[in-house]
Write a protein that binds this ligand. Structure first.
Ligand code: HEM
Length: 238
């Protein structure tokens, strides 16, 4: 074994020791390099996308601060689970006991999906969608931002189901489906969804539990700026 234990040196030493041929080494590198590259791209993507969790928690705080009674309600729920002591920190298993915080996160992702048009997809065949013909190879953007604000998609769907006598369980599962739209759907759905969910809940609950929140300089809650700057990701304008 050489002084440096890097991959190439180790392989060349194995060649010297007749454990491997140069042909074997070339073959192994040809296979492993694209895999390593793919892994690095995935890690880079995961880290840059993970930043959207911060965005979601920021939006959640901004939206709750516009309704201070909601901050009090959310804090009361957390106090009930963790106790009033600020040194008790929130754990993953506490999330299921915090339905109000879960609702705040769902509303935040509905109003401010971090990827407002998801990522572009391409059709693999001609399809008919709501009376429109979408040709094969067309680039498709899904506007989840407007889907989240369109009552005919969200609220009305639930009201219709409720009026038709659908069970509470069906309604709840519909809410779950609607609230997962910001993560895409189908086989390219965000693989970081459950991690992101946990991170946003934990961050939001920790912020609410650890600090008392109020608006400075007598700012009216209605004047809190929620204007968004659109792009591939959706961030606050100011
Ligand atoms: C609130 C946080 C997040 C949101 C809203 C979000 C949203 C999305 C969306 C919309 C897509 C594209 C889905 C599609 O093709 O239709 C996506 C893809 C992806 N996300 Fe996330 N994401 C979040 C957090 C994360 C985290 C924390 C990770 C990793 C740790 C992650 C990893 C990925 C990866 C690897 C893909 C590509 C999947 C593929 O193309 O097959 N995401 N995400």
């Amino acid at each position: 074994m050489g002084t440096k234990d890097d991959l190439l040196e180790t392989l060349l030493n194995l060649v010297k020791e007749d454990e491997l041929s140069l042909h074997d080494v070339k073959h192994m590198l040809a296979i492993s390099m694209p895999c390593i590259l793919l892994l690095l791209i995935l890690i880079w993507y995961a880290f840059t996308t993970a930043g959207t969790d911060t965005t979601s928690s920021t939006w959640a705080m901004t939206e709750t601060l516009r309704h201070l009674d909601k901050v009090i309600q959310a804090q009361a729920e957390i106090d009930q689970v963790l106790g009033k002591h600020h040194s008790n920190s929130i754990q993953e298993y506490d999330i299921s006991k915090l339905p109000y915080i879960q609702a705040v996160v769902k509303e935040t992702l509905r109003l401010h999906p971090p990827a407002p048009s998801l990522v572009p997809h391409k059709t693999t065949m001609d399809v008919e969608l709501c009376g429109y013909r979408v040709p094969k190879n067309a680039q498709v953007w899904v506007n989840v931002w407007s889907m989240g604000r369109d009552p005919s998609i969200c609220r009305l769907t639930l009201i219709n189901l409720y009026q038709k006598g659908f069970s509470r369980l069906t309604l709840m599962s519909k809410v779950e489906i609607l609230s997962s739209y910001p993560f895409g759907t189908g086989r390219r759905i965000c693989p970081g969804m459950s991690l992101a969910h946990r991170m946003v809940h934990l961050m939001l609950a920790a912020l609410l539990h650890s600090f008392n929140w109020k608006l400075v300089h007598g700012l009216n809650p209605k004047d809190v700026d929620v204007e968004e700057k659109f792009g591939i990701t959706c961030i606050a304008k100011s």
